[in-house]
Design a protein. Structure first.
Length: 245
């Protein structure tokens, strides 16, 4: 019995040491990947990297990680216009099947899915903010975006008719969609301005707008968009996504 107790103690101690070594190794790997990702993507802050699965060391031996989660608090995405970016909040991606080099200088995920958001204030920068003539004597511009309910964006349009600004904005419910790397906002119906009707193309030049979102980390792509309470909620996905290298 004494020998059995000693054996059990040894097993428990060795198991504890293995767990400790495993956790130290995973923490080191997370820091290495986070640093490489920050450098590769030119991020202002270090992203959060969490390597899932236990034990980690056996995954290292196999040269592939089952599941890696990456979180970037604020990401400045390219817009296709030189020097202009749009801020994505809380960009989180879940990477599956991550193959890596022995020094973690490169890592590529076979697939990835994730989420992010764009505040209405940030998206508003895309809409026309300067008054534009939609018909003779009538100028209009978008002054606000908000949640319209049921997955719609409520677009507030300020209008001036024959030199007099309307006392209240004109509100339009709009649908938000994604096509490739571009988010599009399209009015469901066209407003009139103080009873004045304008040609559809002229009105839509104000109410409808689009925003290109390019060069997301590792080559992930826009997948779906939906209007939410505080902004547009985005789903992303990708394959052969580079975490580093």
């Amino acid at each position: 019995m004494r020998a059995l107790r000693i054996l059990l103690v040894v097993v428990v101690v060795l198991g504890g040491l293995f767990v400790l070594a495993d956790r130290l190794a995973v923490n080191f790997a997370e820091d290495e990947v986070a640093g490489k990702l920050k450098s590769t993507e030119g991020l202002a802050t270090t992203p959060d990297v969490s390597i899932k699965g236990f034990p980690f060391l056996t995954q290292v031996v196999g040269g592939s990680l089952d599941d890696v989660e990456v979180g970037i608090k604020d990401y400045e995405a390219a817009t296709g216009t030189s020097g202009q970016t749009i801020r994505l909040d809380d960009l989180n991606a879940d990477m599956k099947g991550v193959d890596f080099s022995s020094d973690f200088s490169s890592a590529t995920a076979s697939s990835a899915t994730g989420t992010a958001s764009i505040t209405y204030a940030e998206l508003l920068k895309t809409a026309k903010s300067e008054p534009t003539e939609v018909v003779q004597g009538v100028t209009a511009n978008v002054i606000g975006l908000s949640d319209g309910g049921n997955g719609k964006i409520k677009v507030a349009v300020e209008a001036t008719v024959l030199g007099t600004k309307l006392p209240q904005p004109v509100y339009v419910l709009s649908t938000v969609t994604v096509e490739g790397d571009t988010v599009r906002v399209h009015a469901d119906s066209l407003p009139s301005f103080g009873g004045v009707q304008a040609a559809e193309n002229e009105v839509r030049s104000i109410t409808d707008f689009q925003q290109k979102i390019d060069d997301l980390p590792g080559g992930i792509q826009l997948d779906k968009v939906e209007a939410g309470t505080n902004g547009v909620e985005i789903s992303v996905k990708g394959s052969n996504v580079k975490l580093a290298g």
